[in-house]
Design a protein around this ligand. Structure first.
Ligand code: FES
Length: 352
């Protein structure tokens, strides 16, 4: 029952120290050279196992562990006094904090066999390897034998092309024509431009010339009323009976042919169909035996003398004669005015 009872930590440690103390005593019984340098007795003497109630320090535990290990290996244990002296020489070298201290520190810390000489440093510099503490004998072989630590190798930066951002492809520039082709294109463009301008100019000029020709032709051939000839024949004398006013030539020639008694003389004469007031064309009123102007009411007798209305004077006569063929021929180129006494002219009438 007591064995099954769980032990406390202090009890375990006390048991361990007791076991170690027993072992150390056994070691002390071994060769004296080894026992005298072992630090365990020192620790055990300073802190016997009987004092199990005292808690060992870390240094003591470490000393016991080293003593145990050395006892198991059978080697000569190093004394605690030797251990601190060996550690700085083997493991820890003084660190040179300043460049000025480097040579002195290196000489003081490094063994003589590891002191670098100038040849080894130069050889290492030539081979590019990190110089290290080599002897003179090893200096020529050092560059080939010593490999550069991986941690000291300076890796080359990655290529810029691999880390460069991928840019979109640039648009392809149109290839400009060179030489004769480009010159030909420029000439073609200029010819086309000049040709179009010239064509437009010539078209406008031709149109202007055409319009000018039309105007000139119009000037040379003005609008002229196609008037009937001034002379025309109206038929034979027998076709105009006495006291008759012929009106069939009014529309075509603008003339009345009248066979009437004028001052006791039977005459055939031609009256102009134009009112002497303002130029209207009067109408022959057979029932009233007068010419009546529809514009302002002027009235004229059969012989053409005005008697009513605003007309200021009698109607005018045209020249009349008997042509070679016996027909009556009227000439509108000549007129005869009664107020001027021209009706007495024998060319202004034909006696019957
Ligand atoms: Fe004939 Fe005036 S035009 S009366």
């Amino acid at each position: 029952m007591a064995e099954n009872k769980k032990m406390s930590t202090a009890e375990i440690l006390a048991a361990a120290r007791a076991a170690k103390a027993a072992k150390s005593e056994a070691v002390e019984a071994a060769p004296p050279a080894d026992v005298t340098d072992t630090p365990a007795p020192k620790a055990a003497a300073s802190k016997p196992a009987g004092a199990a109630g005292a808690r060992p320090s870390v240094a003591e535990i470490m000393a016991l562990a080293r003593a145990k290990k050395e006892a198991e290996q059978g080697g000569s244990p190093a004394t605690p006094a030797d251990q601190p002296a060996a550690k700085p020489a083997a493991a820890k070298a003084p660190v040179a904090k300043t460049p000025a201290d480097k040579p002195a520190v290196a000489k003081a810390a490094a063994p003589k066999s590891l002191t670098r000489d100038t040849a080894s440093i130069l050889a290492a510099a030539r081979t590019g390897t990190k110089p290290g503490p080599v002897s003179k004998a090893d200096a020529p072989a050092r560059p080939a034998a010593v490999a550069t630590p991986a941690s000291t190798v300076v890796k080359a930066p990655p290529a810029k092309l691999s880390s460069a951002p991928v840019l979109p492809p640039k648009p392809v520039k149109p290839v400009a024509k060179k030489g004769a082709d480009a010159e030909q294109d420029r000439r073609g463009f200029l010819e086309m431009a000049l040709g179009s301008f010239m064509a437009t100019g010539f078209t406008a000029l031709s149109m202007t010339g055409g319009l000018f020709g039309l105007g000139l032709a119009r000037f040379m051939f003005p609008n002229v009323l196609a008037e009937p000839p001034s002379r025309f024949k109206v038929g034979f004398r027998e076709g105009f009976p006495s006291g008759k006013v012929e009106t069939k030539y009014v529309a075509q020639y603008g003339v009345w042919v009248v066979n009437s008694d004028v001052g006791g003389q039977q005459q055939i004469y031609a009256l102009k169909t134009v009112c002497t007031h303002l130029g209207c064309t009067p109408n022959w009123l057979e029932a009233e035996q007068k010419f009546k102007c529809p514009c302002h009411g002027s009235g004229f007798y059969k012989d053409g003398v005005n008697f009513e209305g605003p007309a200021p004077r009698p109607l005018e006569r045209y020249a009349i004669r008997i042509a070679d063929d016996g027909q009556l021929e009227i000439d509108k180129g000549r007129t005869y005015h009664e107020e001027l006494g021209q009706w007495a002219d024998p060319e202004s009438y034909i006696t019957v």
